[in-house]
Design a protein around this ligand. Structure first.
Ligand code: TRP
Length: 358
C-alpha cells in the first residue's frame, strides 16, 4: 500500500512538473450574488486580472462564474444580471482577452454537476463536515440546505475538470483547495492518473505573489473583513458607490490613537488597511507605500491621499463599466462555453469510465 502511494506521489510530482513545463491552466471564479465591495475587487478580482494578464501568453486562463454556487444563498436582484455584471468587472479591471483566456458560466457546462456527483461518492462525510465555511454558514440555521454542505465538492469538480494546477483565490477558500487535492489524489490512487492535483496552498500563495492573503478590512471596525452584508454604509465601499461618497467614507475610517503611520495589522489595523488599499490601487508593492509614509504622524494626510486614490479608481472603473455592452459579454461566453464544454466533457468521460459508467 505504502509503495503504491509513494509511486503515485512520484507520478503526480512528475505530472505537475510537466504541467509547469507545458501549458498550465490557471482557473478562478467569484460568486456573483450582488454588487462587489472594493474589498472583493482589490483583494481578489484585481490581483487575479493582473496575474491572468501576466500569464495568458503561455497558460490557459479559465475565468468562470459559479452560478450553481450562487443559489445556495440569497441573491440580490436577478442572477442573470449579476452574472453579466461580474464578468464586466473583469474587463473593466483590465483583463486582456486572447485565445488562451476563456470565460464561461458554470451551469452552462453540465459536466460540473456530473463530476460533482461522482466526487460525492469519493468524498467522506467526515472531511466534508470539517469545512469551516460549511460550519459557519450552517451555524444557527435550522434547515441548512444540502448545497451548502456540498459546496466544496462542486468546487473540486470546477477545478479538476480542467486539470488546473493553479487556483488563485482568497485565503478563506484554502481549505477547499486542500480538500480538492485530497479528492484528486484519492481518485488517482484508485483509478490511475486522471486528475492533475492542484499545487499546495502555500505554493498557490507564492504563485499569486502575495506575502499573505489580502484582506481589505471594514472601515469602521478594521479588525473585521470588509463585507457587503455589513449594515453600516460607512463600513464598506461598493463598486457602484459614487466616488465622492466613497472618498468621504475613507475620510471617516476608524484609525487609532498611536499617532504614527505604521503597518501593523494587529495594533493598527485601520492605518494598515489604508496603506494596503493605497498599494493595491496604485499597483505598487506594499513595502514601498509603507516606506513612503514612514515617520508621518498626521493620519489626515494619509486619509486624503487614499481618498483621492479611491475616488480616481472608482471614477475610472465606473466609466469603463459603462462602456462594456452585454453583447460583448455574451460573445465571449459563447466562445468560452464551447471551449469549456469540450475540455470538461473529455475529462468527465475519463472519470465516468473509471467508475464503469461508460
Ligand atoms: N468558492 C469561491 C468563492 O466563494 C468561488 C468558486 C467556486 C471557485 N468554484 C471555484 C473559485 C473554483 C475557484 C475555483 O469565491
Amino acid at each position: 500500500m505504502e509503495e503504491v502511494r509513494s509511486s503515485s506521489l512520484l507520478r503526480s510530482t512528475i505530472i505537475n512538473l510537466m504541467v509547469d513545463f507545458y501549458m498550465k491552466t490557471i482557473l478562478t471564479g467569484i460568486r456573483s450574488n450582488s454588487v462587489l465591495t472594493i474589498g472583493n475587487y482589490l483583494g481578489a478580482l484585481l490581483p487575479m486580472v493582473r496575474l491572468a494578464n501576466k500569464h495568458s501568453k503561455d497558460s490557459q486562463i479559465n475565468i468562470f462564474v459559479p452560478d450553481l454556487h450562487s443559489i445556495i444563498a440569497d441573491i440580490d436582484g436577478d442572477l442573470q444580471s449579476n452574472v453579466i455584471r461580474t464578468l464586466k468587472y473583469y474587463l473593466a479591471a483590465g483583463l486582456e482577452i486572447n485565445e488562451n483566456v476563456h470565460i464561461y458560466r458554470q451551469s452552462y457546462v453540465p459536466a460540473h454537476s456530473e463530476l460533482c456527483w461522482i466526487l460525492n461518492c469519493v468524498a467522506t462525510m467526515g472531511e466534508t463536515s470539517r469545512m469551516i465555511q460549511y460550519k459557519e454558514k450552517s451555524k444557527g440555521q435550522e434547515s441548512c440546505n444540502v448545497g451548502i454542505f456540498d459546496y466544496p465538492i462542486l468546487m473540486a469538480a470546477d477545478i479538476l475538470l480542467y486539470d488546473a494546477a493553479y487556483v488563485p483565490i482568497g485565503e478563506d477558500q484554502f481549505q477547499h483547495i486542500e480538500l480538492t487535492r485530497n479528492l484528486a489524489m484519492r481518485f488517482n490512487n484508485r483509478f490511475g492518473e486522471i486528475f492533475t492535483v492542484p499545487v499546495k496552498t502555500e505554493d498557490q500563495v507564492k504563485f499569486m505573489e502575495v506575502s499573505e492573503g489580502i484582506r481589505i478590512r471594514d472601515l469602521l471596525n478594521p479588525e473585521k473583513k470588509m463585507s457587503k452584508s455589513t449594515k453600516a454604509e460607512n463600513s464598506k465601499i461598493m463598486l457602484d458607490d459614487e466616488p465622492e461618497k466613497a472618498a468621504k467614507k475613507i475620510m471617516s475610517a476608524t484609525t487609532d490613537s498611536l499617532g504614527k503611520v505604521k503597518f501593523d495589522m494587529f495594533n493598527q489595523p485601520g492605518i494598515s488597511n489604508l496603506l494596503q488599499i493605497e498599494a493595491l490601487i496604485n499597483d505598487v508593492p506594499l513595502q514601498d507605500v509603507i516606506g513612503a509614509w514612514a515617520g508621518e504622524t498626521r493620519y489626515g494626510e494619509l486619509k486624503k491621499k487614499v481618498a483621492e486614490s479611491v475616488f480616481n479608481m472608482l471614477t475610472d472603473f465606473q466609466a469603463k463599466m459603462a462602456e462594456i455592452s452585454d453583447e460583448q459579454i455574451y460573445k465571449l461566453l459563447e466562445d468560452g462555453e464551447i471551449y469549456a464544454n469540450k475540455v470538461a466533457n473529455a475529462k468527465l468521460l475519463e472519470a465516468q469510465k473509471a467508475f464503469g459508467l461508460r
